[in-house]
Design a protein around this ligand. Structure first.
Ligand SMILES: CC(C)(COP(=O)(O)OP(=O)(O)OC[C@H]1O[C@@H](n2cnc3c(N)ncnc32)[C@H](O)[C@@H]1OP(=O)(O)O)[C@@H](O)C(=O)NCCC(=O)NCCS
Length: 166
């Protein structure tokens, strides 16, 4: 297991091809994907996401990482920094099981990823995006220190954009 980051209550590790079922389970709740633009995935689709989207990001020390509780090692979701090629931006994103919302795990892991990006990787800019109505996600982005820079349309959805520049 390759652990990338640790916080007080959590550790973040690299996904592996064996983690497909975790993504299937996470995306199976429509409340979780309500604002994310995707939806349920089957096992083969989850495997493909890991192989084609998640693992290639690790080459640049970036990526979406699996988040676990230190207390019992439970997988609670993912968080991390993704290079979005089309716009050449480093995007902070996260997604957790509904049973773990409201415990500040999103804020704790997002802050750790944000600080890692700025302080360890020397990134000059990190962005975040959230559906306009996704208040919880917008709060998490604000808590990292990012500023709201305006609304945009992405894949047909209205989103709020946030940015931090050193
Ligand atoms: C967005 C998400 C990660 C937030 O997770 P969380 O664990 O509830 O976040 P935190 O506990 O760190 O709370 C962050 C802030 O949002 C607030 N919040 C949580 N749920 C809220 C809600 N439904 N409405 C308004 N504010 C809410 C919290 O009170 C907290 O603010 P505060 O510290 O000022 O009180 C979680 O809801 C999730 O995984 N959603 C599904 C996936 C998703 O939408 N990802 C983001 C895509 S851009």
């Amino acid at each position: 297991m390759k652990i990338v980051l640790e916080t007080e209550r959590l550790y973040l590790r690299e996904f592996t091809p064996e983690d497909a079922q975790l993504l299937v389970d996470l995306n199976s709740n429509p409340n979780v994907t309500r604002y994310t633009g995707d939806g349920p995935v089957n096992f083969a689709e989850a495997q493909k996401i890991i192989l084609d989207v998640i693992l290639p990001q690790y080459k640049n020390k970036l990526g979406r990482w699996a988040v676990h509780l230190k207390s019992n090692h439970e997988f609670i979701g993912w968080c991390g920094l993704k290079h979005i090629l089309e716009v050449d931006e480093i995007d902070l994103g996260y997604r957790f099981f509904e049973s773990h919302w409201g415990k500040a795990y999103a804020t704790e892991s997002a802050l750790a990823c944000f600080n890692y990006g700025i302080l360890n990787l020397g990134l000059k800019t990190i962005v975040g995006r959230a559906a306009i109505e996704n208040i919880a996600s917008r709060k998490v982005l604000e808590k990292t220190g990012m500023s709201y820079i305006g609304d945009d349309i992405e894949h047909g959805n209205k989103i709020a954009k946030y940015r931090f520049t050193v």
